[in-house]
Design a protein around this ligand. Structure first.
Ligand SMILES: CC(C)(COP(=O)(O)OP(=O)(O)OC[C@H]1O[C@@H](n2cnc3c(N)ncnc32)[C@H](O)[C@@H]1OP(=O)(O)O)[C@@H](O)C(=O)NCCC(=O)NCCS
Length: 145
């Protein structure tokens, strides 16, 4: 059974774990540094969660953003990753459920996320725990190319 906890202090184990997990989600994202992790946890809108296995150490992560906008308090789930060696044990589900719980405690009206259709395990997981597909267009403006 893994322990889901919120990271409130930067330490080497957390930075190393995120650096190991991130390439399993994105091949282009630069690895985090102690500085970038510190910036995340210093932000009042950001909750960085990790899943810790008693033998394997940190095997998963999720980042929750909760913020107020004119229409209410909203929440987004981002960067959900379970280590390849630990998948299929409900870790992604446990991280997501904890994030939903935290968002609810902060008064969020909704929790949003996006996931490419090709991410089959992720899409199955989100639907299984109650996320519903929205009829909306997801846009992105890229500033870095
Ligand atoms: C999506 C992801 C976080 C799920 O993590 P997880 O800890 O395996 O999640 P769970 O165990 O709660 O559920 C995983 C689902 O995928 C299935 N699955 C996918 N790959 C699996 C594997 N290698 N072994 C076992 N089960 C797997 C599980 O059966 C389960 O679905 P089901 O119970 O409906 O059959 C993980 O697959 C991952 O990190 N993928 C790469 C990054 C990614 O796509 N992140 C999501 C971005 S939106």
């Amino acid at each position: 059974v893994v322990d889901i906890r919120e990271v409130t202090e930067v330490d080497e184990a957390v930075v190393a774990a995120i650096a190991r997990l991130l390439p399993q989600l994105s091949s282009s994202a630069p690895p985090p540094t102690a500085q970038t992790v510190a910036e995340m946890i210093a932000s009042p809108a950001i909750r960085l969660l990790v899943a810790e296995d008693p033998h394997l150490g940190i095997v998963g992560t999720l980042t929750l953003a909760v913020f107020r906008i004119p229409s209410g308090i909203r929440a987004w789930i981002e960067d959900v990753i379970t280590d390849e060696a630990a998948r299929g044990r409900g870790i992604g589900e446990a991280l997501s459920r904890r994030a939903i719980e935290l968002a609810g405690e902060e008064g969020a009206r909704t929790v949003d996320l996006t996931s490419r259709p090709s991410r089959e395990a992720a899409n199955r997981l989100y639907r299984r725990i109650g996320f519903e597909l929205r009829e909306t267009n997801v846009y992105r403006y890229s500033l870095d190319d």
